[in-house]
Design a protein around this ligand. Structure first.
Ligand SMILES: Nc1ncnc2c1ncn2[C@@H]1O[C@H](COP(=O)(O)OP(=O)(O)OP(=O)(O)O)[C@@H](O)[C@H]1O
Ligand SMILES: [Mg+2]
Length: 516
């Protein structure tokens, strides 16, 4: 039996009478229960509203009649698997019957499984003590390995994979349901006439599409590394120190897997950039959760989406789950029940998972304003650390210039970075990058090489070139940034050792600026 099957079997043997199994994979969950039933000598019976209770012979397409039949036959050790019962859980007759049946089942060796594609949004009060809710996990590597053997059995001579290639190919299938994985394997085979390591990239791009269809998770591939991040030395050191924290060696050393980080702070200073760079630093897959799009749709859909996202992330673990703009998603959670509590329920699901997650899913959450976040999120045990990403200090600005000049094939040694950094005090990384891009355009139009004077013109303005000075966002948001800093004191760690710059007073009322 698989670990999941063992867990379920334990529930059954401990006489949990009703188990709600939420899954999109009816075939797989049926196999799971068949396995358990077989190894424990129980009978497996199924019920659908179209065909009634298997093996009953009578008219049991009516759920009430089927439940009556089950109570009569429950003395024989059995697992009863009932499909799509969730809409019936509004019916008082059914609830009463289920409650009576639960009492009876506790005295027998039988259990009832309610299998449904949607999660149980709200356990009916009447059944709160009787129902145990389980999310059926997506296929693990071992399941995928068996699936691969089955799917390729007709063309096994054209599977050209080394053992490590096979391992990597199976890993690339993680996060998919069995049916989706099967389709992807077949497609990869048909596209090239054989299955080999080159198919991994095809599988990954298919997976990207499939995950995108969930509407909330994006399988993110990016080339950013920590070398692309200027400054933020404390944060970088923290991340580097945990580079091998997901390895077997770390487990053997009894190190816990890192849980996650909150990065908050000034716009355009590298929070999202760091989230992308961590994935490459740790060589883990990066999943981006669009928490805003979790909300909306039908009642119960938001919960279903967040659970689905969690389940995909766990099946891909170890991985990084990047949640941008956490503050915007959960800003209203304190008490406001305007949307019939959906936001609160999603929040509760999320926070419970954060607290209890066993799988190595490292969460990187970014926020502009942590004061908006529900305080429970910031409590110890949910994230390892809260970092405040402030405006870059002078030396950091130099580093950011280095990164962006080098990225555009300019040798940083050819520029007076000290003087440029002084002029750029108060700017964010995104603004410094914009200054470089604007200066490159200017130099290009003048058919010149990029020089200090082009950069200076873009920062301080240049009448001769008809360029207005750059107005950093910080000078317009002085109070906001100062209040962020005072919030951070005692609550968060500065991501950089350097003293943050004084925010320069607004010098020019008009000027150029960028939206970040
Ligand atoms: N510290 C930095 N080093 C190098 N580049 C930076 C840095 N900070 C920002 N940038 C540049 O600015 C771009 C935008 O930054 P990023 O998206 O990471 O900001 P953010 O802090 O997430 O902002 P927001 O709060 O608006 O989401 C980056 O892609 C990068 O090119
Ligand atoms: Mg961002």
């Amino acid at each position: 039996m698989s670990p999941f099957e063992k867990d379920l079997s334990l529930l059954i043997r401990s006489r949990y009478p009703i188990i709600y199994l939420s899954t999109l994979e009816e075939d797989r969950s049926l196999k799971t229960l068949e396995n358990i039933a077989r190894s424990e000598g129980r009978e497996l019976r199924t019920w659908r509203c179209t065909s009634g209770l298997s093996g009953s012979g009578g008219a049991t397409t009516d759920l009430l009649a089927a439940l009556g039949q089950i109570s009569k036959e429950a003395a024989k050790p059995s697992l009863f698997m009932l499909y799509d019962v969730h809409p019936y859980l509004e019916n008082p007759m059914i609830l009463r019957k289920l409650r009576d049946l639960a009492e009876l089942l506790k005295t027998t060796q039988s259990a009832l499984f309610l299998v449904s594609p949607s999660p149980l949004v709200k356990v009916p009060e009447e059944l709160a003590d009787e129902i145990w809710v389980v999310d059926y996990p997506l296929p693990a590597i071992s399941d995928l390995s068996a699936l691969m053997d089955r799917t390729t059995s007709n063309f096994s001579d054209r599977v050209r994979l080394t053992p490590s290639g096979r391992e990597r190919l199976l890993e690339s299938l993680l996060g998919l349901t069995e049916k989706a994985a099967e389709r992807v394997i077949l497609k990869a085979f048909l596209a090239g006439g054989e299955l080999n390591e080159n198919d991994i990239s095809l599988i990954q791009s298919e997976k990207k599409q499939i995950l995108r269809r969930t509407g909330i998770l994006e399988y993110y591939t990016s080339g950013e590394t920590l070398e692309d991040v200027g400054g933020l030395d404390v944060l970088k050191k923290w991340l580097k120190k945990r580079g091998d924290a997901f390895s077997e060696e770390a487990r053997a050393y009894c190190l816990p897997s890192p849980r996650g980080l909150i990065l908050f702070g000034v716009q355009g200073c590298g929070k999202s950039l760091v989230a992308k760079a961590v994935a490459n630093l740790w060589r883990l897959p990066l999943l981006r959760l669009d928490i805003g799009s979790v909300f909306g749709g039908l009642v119960g859909e938001s919960e279903s989406k967040i659970r689905q996202a969690i389940s995909v992330a766990e099946s891909l673990s170890p991985c990084i789950l990047w949640i941008d703009e956490l503050d915007k998603a959960f800003a209203g959670v304190r008490g406001y029940q305007g949307d019939s509590g959906t936001q609160n329920r999603v929040f509760a699901t999320f926070i419970t998972w954060l607290q209890e997650k066993k799988k190595p899913v490292f969460v990187v959450a970014t926020a502009n304003n942590p004061g908006e976040l529900p305080p429970e999120l910031l409590r110890r045990g949910r994230f390892d650390e809260i970092f405040f990403v402030d405006l870059p200090g002078k030396l950091e600005i130099e580093e950011i210039f280095q990164v962006h000049l080098a990225r555009r094939q300019r040798d940083p040694l050819n520029y007076d970075l000290k003087s440029l950094a002084k002029q750029c005090e108060g700017m964010s990384g995104a603004e410094i990058e914009q200054v470089i891009i604007d200066a490159l355009f200017e130099a290009f139009t003048e058919k010149d090489t990029l020089k200090d004077e082009h950069l200076t013109a873009m920062i301080s303005g240049d009448k001769n070139r008809d360029i207005e000075p750059f107005v950093p966002l910080s000078s317009l948001m002085k109070e906001d940034i100062e209040s962020l800093r005072s919030w951070a004191r005692g609550r968060a760690r500065w991501a950089s050792r350097q003293a943050p710059p004084e925010i320069p007073p607004l010098q020019a009322a008009s000027g150029r600026r960028i939206e970040v």
